[in-house]
Design a protein around this ligand. Sequence first.
Ligand code: SF4
Length: 356
Amino acid sequence: MKLITMSHNYQTGAVQKISDVVLGTSGIIKNAERYNGKNVLFCGVIYMAEDLYTMADDVRVFIPEITVKGGEVLRPRCPMIAYQGRSSIITMRDVKKARKLKPDIILSYINTPLSIKGETDGVYNGTSAFESIDKIAETNKRGIAVLIGDVNVNAWITVKTAQNHPEFTIISMPADGVYCPPHIDIDSKEFISTWEELAKAHGEKNVGLEMHPEVNSDLRSFGFEKNAYFGGTDGLVKEPLGSDKKVWLIGTVEGIIDRIKTLTNQKELHSPCIICPPMAYTTTSKVERAREILENGGPTATIYYRHPEEPYYDVEIHREELITKRGDGGMRIPAVELAIDDEIKEKGRKALSVLL
Ligand code: SF4
């Protein structure tokens, strides 16, 4: 089987190194058609693999190793989608509540299960929300948009929208807030003190500053004050590459630093050195094992996205002997194929197409 290994920008540098292509989520969606009819081993969190499957035709998408229990994929999965610690999660209930508010538009954040994306008017990844909002504001300056997603991204969009459309209303859901643990854990004091040291050493105008909008409110305010670039992972890779500034302080997951370093050795990059645990679950040895299994007999199991609400997947085992059973009833399954119900895929594709 001819296999393309694709990694997300937040994968560790080691996994990126053994991949054929490395992209951010918007890059995966925009370039999905290139993988029509191909076999892709995807290294990232599971919703990204679903987005690739949804946006490409006849693609076969494989995932190196998953941990699954009772139809729930526990890993590698973003905590906004499955409760893994502190963040709340996005569910269909949020979409139903949003509909009752009768807004002009309901957008779901990119880190949302596919079936939930498909019940909204479109998907946003931060920057793309502005286009949807601008379109509504052209005819209705007092429009209302409900954003179901990361509370910090929503706060960033609200501030930026107020600058251009002061009468426009953004409603952030869910009310109890979903967020990205690695991003809110960036130590703001330490980050700002690194910035001050760099600014002192090189001159403030010579130091680039960028961050992901999932960062906490202290860093967001600091970013606004210093006119930092805010963007998704593809944007965070491109911004330093297209700039004359040599020194950069980057507020996001470490994989971005590895990615930029593979594209240029002309930049001095500083970061808070945080990792995304669900991404770090995929290691080089898991990727290599999956390749070997796929080349010698095919996938160990298929996870079939069949249900609109949790648990989303039915698991069909093909090679029992390769599965590790855990004491709690869970299983570790190497080399899994993903399949998605046609209706969930079609609705999801419509919502994701907003990003094209
Ligand atoms: S960086 Fe945060 S939002 Fe992105 S996958 Fe990891 S936990 Fe989820």
